[in-house]
Ligand binder design. Structure first.
Ligand code: KG4
Ligand code: ZN
Length: 362
């Protein structure tokens, strides 16, 4: 194949409806031609969280328009595409069905190959699109539904090292924001106020810090914030800012400790010396977390990589790119590809001891 491939990506796994067109050159570099994202937060605001049925309907209402917009922005017609990629999981089943069926219908009508994409794989490979980095690397994936460290050995080859035993990190940010009366999504709201607060005022726990297994836990931290908030009632603006700053500092500290353990483990497991540390997913937008993890990488002699903020959160450029990478390997999927609400990147990984129920996004 000596020309570029053009891939349409479709993302509907949670509360962002997105369509994008990405070009992949014969040498493997990527370029975003269009990247359209519509967030549904307004539709869910009154409920304080994502309502699956509302999410599915909202995707169905605008996905065709977004695809039209992405194609127009990219200057491509359907006939120009080489393949169509849609998220098949993991995520909320109603939304996944909307995106997957739309992608299949377009592929059938335009006679194009179809790719059913794992949303987590798309987060994991985004750094190849934005900075050209190729596996192997150690990945911290932190989003609203997932918190994992993975050894990314190649496209389709992932070894999970650590995972959360309770809440995902983004979920912990969202729940903390909710209990402090802040808007959703909670991560950016907590980060904004943390910048105004005193991180040393509250001594919050660093769950699992020092443990040998590189797992994560955030439920206890969130409960500690709740206890402080109740003790301080009525909360003043300063109290809220100090709680946000103390929470964010505890998170950064705990996650950095857990990633240090994952780096040790990855070094033992990988055949070649570990050279790169990548952070992906919505929470990778957090500046304090990025700074602490960059410090860890540098202390361990690893290069540090994180995608631009706009591509940390859910988007369809990452879906198109994962599709392009798989397509370049000659992999395509049938039109009978199922939705997979649960779809771990490393199916052989055991559940972390003590893990319990996960949130709606898990
Ligand atoms: O990857 P993503 O867009 O969606 C999922 O796949 O879940 O991640 C969304 C999560 C939300 O929980 C949101 O609060 C969190 O990422 N987030 C942040 C920041 N921006 C988004 N968390 C902390 N700091 C941020 N700046
Ligand atoms: Zn995501």
């Amino acid at each position: 194949m000596n020309r570029q491939t053009l891939i349409l990506g479709i993302e509907t796994s949670c509360d962002e409806t997105a369509a994008a067109v990405v070009a992949r050159s014969a040498t493997g570099s990527g370029r975003i031609l269009a990247n359209v994202v519509r967030s549904q937060w307004e539709a869910h605001r009154a409920f304080g969280g994502v309502v699956p049925e509302i999410a599915a309907r909202a995707h169905a209402e605008c996905l065709d328009l977004l695809i039209e917009e992405a194609l127009a922005q990219s200057g491509c017609a359907l006939a120009d595409l080489d393949a169509i990629a849609a998220t098949a999981g993991p995520g909320l089943v109603g939304g996944l069905i909307v995106g997957l069926v739309t992608g299949k219908a377009l592929a059938l009508a335009a006679r194009k190959p179809f790719l059913a994409i794992n949303h987590l794989e798309a987060h994991a490979l985004t750094i190849g699109l934005t900075s050209g980095l190729r596996p192997p690397y150690l990945l911290l994936l932190v989003s609203g539904g997932h918190t994992q460290t993975l050894l990314v050995e190649g496209v389709g080859r992932y070894r999970r090292l650590g995972t959360t035993i309770d809440d995902a990190l983004g979920e912990a940010f969202d729940k903390t924001a909710k209990l402090l009366g802040l808007g959703q999504p909670g991560g950016p709201a907590v980060e904004r106020l943390a910048a105004l607060g005193n991180a040393a005022r509250f001594d919050l726990p660093r769950p699992l810090k020092g443990r040998v297994e590189p797992h994560f836990s955030f439920a206890g931290l969130k409960t500690a914030v709740r206890r402080q908030a109740i003790a301080l009632q009525p909360l003043k603006d300063d109290d809220i800012a100090d709680l946000c700053a103390s929470f964010q500092a505890a998170v950064a500290d705990a996650v950095t400790d857990r990633c240090a353990r994952a780096i040790d483990l990855a070094a033992q497991l990988s055949a070649d010396p570990l050279r790169h540390f990548v952070v992906a997913g919505g929470v990778a937008a957090n500046i304090r977390l990025r700074a602490d993890l960059a410090g860890l990488a540098s202390a361990r002699g690893l290069s540090f990589h994180v995608a631009p903020v706009a591509l940390c959160g859910d988007n369809a450029a990452m879906i198109a790119w994962a599709g392009a990478e798989r397509f370049a390997l000659g992999w395509v999927d049938g039109l009978d590809a199922p939705v997979r609400p649960r779809w771990p990147l490393d199916p052989s990984a055991l559940p972390a001891l003590g893990s319990g129920l996960k949130g709606a996004k898990a």
